[in-house]
Design a protein around this ligand. Structure first.
Ligand SMILES: [Ca+2]
Length: 155
C-alpha cells in the first residue's frame, strides 16, 4: 500500500492497542497481528485526512472488496473507501460515520474497476483525540461477491 501525499497526514502501522485509551482497537482482527489506523491525537485537527492506496489494478473487471474496520471512540469522524480513477477523481464507494463500538466489523461490497484504478482508504479525524479509526484484513477478490456471504454496504 502507498501513503498518499494529497492529504494531511499518514496512516500508521501498529499492533496491540493504540496509545490513547478509549479509542482504537485492542489488537488486530482475531486478537493478533498488525493493522493500519489514523492516530487522532495532537497534532491532528478536525477534518484532517489521511489516505492510503492499494496498488493499481491491472485489468478491468468486477471485484469483491472486503475489509475489517474499527471505529471506536467518542470523537470518531469518518472512514471513506473510494476509487481513484484515471482522471484523478475520487469516487466514493462506501463510507461510515461516527462511533461504531469497540469491536472489529466487516464490510464487503462489489466494485467495478478499470485498469490503473486504485482503491483508497481515507480516514478523517473528528473533534478530539478519541477518534482513532483502524482497518485490517483488506481483501480484493476477482468477480462479484458471492451471494450468502455477509454483505455490508455500500452506504
Ligand atoms: Ca498522507
Amino acid at each position: 500500500m502507498t501513503q498518499s501525499s494529497d492529504d494531511d497526514f499518514d496512516w500508521t502501522l501498529r499492533s496491540g492497542s493504540t496509545p490513547s485509551s478509549d479509542t482504537g482497537p485492542d489488537s488486530g482482527v482475531g486478537g493478533y497481528g498488525y493493522y493500519i489506523y489514523i492516530e487522532a491525537s495532537d497534532p491532528r485537527r478536525l477534518n484532517d485526512k489521511a489516505m492510503i492506496l492499494l496498488p493499481s489494478f491491472t485489468r478491468d473487471g468486477d471485484f469483491c472488496l472486503s475489509f475489517s474496520f474499527n471505529m471506536y471512540g467518542y470523537h470518531v469522524n469518518m472512514l471513506r473507501v473510494a476509487k481513484l480513477v484515471a482522471s484523478g477523481q475520487l469516487v466514493t464507494l462506501w463510507k461510515m460515520k461516527g462511533q461504531q463500538g469497540p469491536h472489529w466489523q466487516t464490510a464487503q461490497f462489489n466494485v467495478d474497476l478499470r485498469t490503473a484504478d486504485q482503491l483508497a482508504f481515507i480516514g478523517i479525524r473528528g473533534e478530539a483525540f478519541s477518534g482513532d479509526i483502524a482497518v485490517d484484513s483488506i481483501a480484493v477478490r476477482s468477480g462479484r461477491c458471492v451471494d450468502g456471504e455477509k454483505n455490508v454496504g455500500p452506504h
